[in-house]
Design a protein around this ligand. Structure first.
Ligand code: FPP
Ligand code: MG
Ligand code: MG
Length: 332
């Protein structure tokens, strides 16, 4: 396990920059159609955990130091990556809540519940368009390619999830992990890579940043899928215990299915028969699917820790080590 100084609070270290990010997002989303502005700002006013921008900002500082910089300030362009990342993420959540028919997000009614699905889709599209425009303003083709890839990956991940019943029992965990990369890890991987590229790090350091974001993202989603089985909706600010009812087989049930081959039929029919969901829940308990998911997340966290090892010591590095720990141990 990771040893960090207890006083390090990752959010605190980048608090000023995080506030600046949200001010910038608000300004970026302004336009001459008040209704569109209201829709687009709805999920941002609730302020999510700001997990992704926090990671990106910390990584930016680490990279700035690594590339020989002495001043510990995040360059404006790197902060823009944090902003754009949060916009892409939020746009995808608005669409996701329509697809998942989720009633709440960030402890308030989901956007489509308030304004309807048509406007929710358009609000997501609008945020994505603003993110694209702001990305272009960075005038850095490699960074543009990197974050455009994220958008492609989000779509691929979501589509793979819709088709997740396909395939054979033995290939399902692999398919799940690749879907998880697309839907969650790509965003952290490529945004960490983007800030590294903007700070003129060595190619090797850029790759370590990418791998850090990737492994942290994999762990994050594995824990999210674990929490769907064990956390309450109140804790999460969004519905839980929904994956099975949505027909989705995530890591806990896929691990159980390795032991109990009869689960395969349930996965294939997306837990649609009466009793399927509770049979699957029972199997997850019996075969310790939640623990196995946690352990796999732990392995990704170890990888993430390794990726940071050759960066020089700093409070930002300590903070990211702490983030790794938080990802694994969070209960909401
Ligand atoms: C949340 O997952 C959803 C995602 C991480 C990605 C959703 C992507 C799309 C809808 C594709 C469209 C993309 C863009 C950029 C507009 P979840 O449903 O497992 O998590 P939750 O419990 O937070 O809802
Ligand atoms: Mg979803
Ligand atoms: Mg969802």
């Amino acid at each position: 396990s990771v040893t960090t100084s207890p006083e390090v609070s990752p959010y605190q270290i980048v608090e000023k920059d995080l506030l600046a990010c949200y001010r910038e997002i608000k300004a970026d989303l302004a336009c001459d159609l008040p209704e569109l502005v209201e829709l687009a700002q709805y999920y941002f006013t609730a302020h999510g955990k700001a997990f992704r921008p926090m990671v990106v900002l910390l990584m930016a500082e680490i990279c700035a130091k690594d590339s020989g910089g002495v001043v510990s300030t995040v360059a404006a362009k790197q902060r823009r990556v944090a902003v754009i990342t949060e916009m892409i993420h939020t746009a995808s959540l608005i669409h996701d809540d329509v697809i998942d028919e989720a009633d709440t997000r960030r402890n308030q009614p989901s956007l489509h519940k308030v304004w309807g699905e048509k406007k929710a889709i358009l609000a997501g599209d609008y945020i994505l368009s603003v993110a694209s425009r702001e990305l272009a303003k960075l005038r850095n083709p490699d960074v543009i390619i990197c974050l455009a890839q994220v958008i492609e990956d989000l779509v691929k991940g979501e589509l793979m999830q819709i088709g997740s019943k396909d395939g054979t029992a033995s290939s399902r965990l692999t398919a799940y992990l690749s879907k998880t990369y697309y839907k969650t890890a790509s965003l952290l991987a490529n945004s960490c890579k983007a800030v590294a590229m903007l700070s003129n790090c060595s190619e090797e350091a850029v790759e370590r940043c990418y791998q850090f974001g990737k492994t942290l993202g994999m762990a994050f989603q594995l824990v999210d899928d674990k929490l769907d089985f064990v956390a309450t909706a109140d804790d999460m600010g969004k519905p839980t215990a929904v994956d099975l009812t949505l027909g989705l087989a995530t890591a806990p049930v896929l691990f159980a299915a390795e032991k109990d081959l009869s689960l395969d039929a349930l996965i294939q029919r997306r837990f649609s028969k009466a009793g399927d969901v509770s049979i699957a829940r029972q199997a997850v308990i019996e075969h310790k699917g939640v623990d196995q998911t946690h352990n796999l997340a732990g392995k990704y966290c170890q990888e993430a820790t390794k990726c940071l090892s050759s960066f020089q010591s700093s409070r930002e590095k300590d903070a990211l080590l702490k983030v790794i720990d938080m990802v694994l141990t969070r209960s909401k």
